[in-house]
Every structure is written in structure tokens, then in C-alpha cells.
Ligand binder design. Structure first.
Ligand SMILES: CNc1ncnc2c1ncn2[C@@H]1O[C@H](COP(=O)(O)O)[C@@H](O)[C@H]1O
Ligand SMILES: [Zn+2]
Length: 342
């Protein structure tokens, strides 16, 4: 099964750039760009992917600082972006939507941050035979003024690269910031044609969940604490829940894999996609997330293929791109069927 899942051409719709750098790539990045190969660094790397039982979501957010240091220079960010693209491609992901929060520091403005990531996507996608889109992220823990700058940049750059910048991600620590404050800036993004992927119901805040549902979104990140009527609403509106199994379990928002809402989404035939969230921090791959789903919920190979096709449907891609992706998946499944013929 694992071999089948690794070779299956896959679609990744929920991946944070800085969270997707796996431990080997972090070491590679540190060595190549900064020449770091000390023992202390190795200890930091090991601590990075270690989660104590009963970890809290807040602890995850402290981990990002480690990678953010390594991507705080243009060179570091460039190489990190390439490594993340390479690693998804290695796992046979044929289409990935990367999301990332533009950060300003002494080395880069938010504009140059986004332009740097965009530049690498343009230069490297063909090399790794993977289609890459970019969703600039709004970090809800930061002031609204930062979100306004991010959306203004996204709108401007999307006009130049409409095939790459296709939406906005609303993320960050759900225990910080108020969704309501971001409604005007998110509306602006939507009015300019950008799709919205919103982290919604990652924690149990029913007032905010209702505000988000009322506002609307193209895709829902996590959806863990949606009420029954919330789940129904998402189904009626054909809004998929981006399910991130390992992320939810390791960060403690879901008590154990068996309790994950993917099970309910499967039984009710509600729209859903399987994603990694932060494959580096949570030490996983998309193949691994599928494998977990097969082990925990008994998903068959054909259900995994159907889930992949469903992800194509919900991708922020053009009709032509979706056709191409479906063809690639179909080709693989036909080959599999042939090989299994007696
Ligand atoms: C675990 N669940 C999650 N919930 C909410 N936001 C998350 C997240 N995982 C990651 N991020 C958001 O993505 C950033 C890292 O990637 P970038 O620096 O933007 O590339 C985090 O700092 C956080 O803002
Ligand atoms: Zn996320």
C-alpha cells in the first residue's frame, strides 16, 4: 500500500512553506547557505520535530522561529523554497499550493520576500516536474496593517503572475488576533478575484466559526471544531475541509487519529482533501498522510485515488490544468490496473 501511495501522483493543497522544510533539508540549507554543521545545530534539529504527548497548539508556533531564522536572508529563502518544491516532487506530488507569510526584516521587505519565492517557483517548477501555486498568507497574530500590505502585494503580483498567485491564506495562531478585524482586507482580496483558504475551526471558538462561515471561503483549513450544522453548511456549499491528520494529532487539536473528523467526512460524502500542513514540523509526507488514512479508517486504493481526484477539483487551478492533472492520475491508475491483471 505504502509503495502504491508513494508512486501515486498527488495533489497538495495545504502546505506552509516554512513548515514544510524537513529535517534533512534544514540541515542541507544550513550547511549550504550558512555553513552550519555544529553539534548544537543537530540538537536543535532533533528538538524541532520532537513533540511531547499532550503537546499544545501554542507550542507548534514556537517551533517556526527556528526555520524563520534560516529563511531570513534572500539566499536562505531562495534555497528553502527550492528544497520544499524538490521534496514535494520527490514524494510524487504533481501539484502543490504553497502558502507563506511575507516577512520584513533587515534583509528583505515583504515585497522582496514574495518576489523571491515567486522567482524560485518560476525557475524551478519545470525542473522538478511539478506545478506550483502561491498563496500569500495573512498571519492573524500580526496587525491588520500587515495584512493590508500583504493583500496589496498579492493583488499587484497576481496581475503579473495570474497563473501562480491564485489566492490568500488566513492562518497563524488561532488563539491570537480576531477574525472580525480582518474581514475588510479579506473582502478586498476576494473582490480582486483571489480565492480564500481560511484556517477555520482549528480550535473551539464557536463565535468566530460562525463569523467565518457567514463571511465564506473557498476552502476550509482543518474544520476540526465545526458543529454538525457547520459541517452540513460546508457540504451544501461544496467547501472542502483540508484535513491534516498528523498536524492535528501532534498539535493536540484532535485527541487521537481514530477521533479525526476525516472519518465523518468520508461517511457523509462531504468534500474533503488530505494535506500535510507542515510536513517538516510534523515530520510527515503526503504519502504518509494517505497511509495513515488507510491504516486508521480502512481507505482502499480506489478511495485514495478518488480523494486525489477530489483534490484536483478543489485546487485553485484553471480548467486546463485540472484536465492535465486528472490525465496524469488516470494514467497511473490504468498502469496499476494493467499490472494487477492476471
Ligand atoms: C499547525 N497549524 C497551523 N495553524 C495556523 N497557522 C499555521 C499552522 N501551521 C503553520 N501556520 C502558519 O504558517 C507559518 C509558517 O509558514 P510560513 O512562515 O508562513 O511560510 C506559521 O508561522 C503560521 O503563521
Ligand atoms: Zn495550516
Amino acid at each position: 500500500m505504502l509503495q502504491f501511495l508513494r508512486s501515486l501522483p498527488k495533489i497538495e493543497l495545504h502546505a506552509h512553506l516554512n513548515g514544510s522544510l524537513n529535517i534533512d533539508s534544514i540541515r542541507e540549507l544550513a550547511a549550504k547557505v550558512y555553513g552550519v554543521q555544529t553539534k548544537e545545530f543537530s540538537t536543535l534539529c532533533e528538538r524541532f520535530i520532537k513533540f511531547e504527548k499532550g503537546a499544545k497548539l501554542d507550542e507548534c508556533f514556537e517551533k517556526f522561529g527556528f526555520v524563520h531564522e534560516l529563511t531570513s536572508t534572500k539566499e536562505g529563502l531562495e534555497y528553502a523554497t527550492e528544497l520544499v518544491i524538490r521534496d514535494f516532487a520527490k514524494d510524487n506530488v504533481i501539484y502543490v499550493e504553497l502558502r507563506t507569510t511575507p516577512k520584513a526584516n533587515a534583509n528583505m521587505s515583504r515585497r522582496s520576500y514574495l518576489e523571491t519565492v515567486l522567482g524560485v517557483i518560476k525557475k524551478k517548477s519545470d525542473l522538478y516536474k511539478i506545478k506550483v501555486k502561491l498563496l500569500p498568507s495573512i498571519n492573524r497574530a500580526e496587525p491588520v496593517s500587515v495584512a493590508e500590505e500583504t493583500v496589496a502585494l498579492a493583488v499587484e503580483l497576481a496581475a503579473i503572475e495570474p497563473e501562480i498567485i491564485v489566492g490568500i491564506d488566513f492562518s497563524g495562531n488561532p488563539n491570537q488576533g480576531k477574525f472580525k478585524d480582518f474581514i475588510p482586507v479579506l473582502s478586498k482580496a476576494r473582490n480582486h478575484g483571489l480565492k480564500l483558504a481560511i484556517h477555520c475551526a482549528e480550535v473551539d471558538n464557536q463565535v468566530e466559526i460562525r463569523e467565518m462561515i457567514r463571511f465564506g471561503m473557498s476552502r476550509c483549513g482543518h474544520g476540526t471544531y465545526l458543529s454538525d450544522s457547520g459541517f452540513e453548511h460546508m457540504k451544501e456549499e461544496n467547501i472542502p475541509i483540508e484535513c491534516c491528520l498528523t498536524s492535528n494529532v501532534k498539535s493536540g487539536t484532535v485527541t487521537n487519529i481514530g477521533a479525526h473528523h476525516l472519518k465523518q467526512l468520508m461517511t457523509t460524502c462531504a468534500p474533503k482533501v488530505l494535506c500535510t500542513d507542515d510536513s517538516g514540523v510534523f515530520d510527515t509526507t503526503l504519502s504518509n498522510e494517505f497511509f495513515l488514512a488507510t491504516e486508521s479508517f480502512g481507505l482502499t486504493k480506489s478511495q485514495c485515488i478518488a480523494l486525489t481526484m477530489e483534490a484536483v477539483e478543489h485546487a485553485f487551478a484553471t480548467r486546463e490544468e485540472k484536465m492535465m492533472l486528472k490525465m496524469q492520475i488516470y494514467k497511473y491508475t490504468r498502469l496499476q490496473n494493467k499490472q494487477n491483471e492476471p
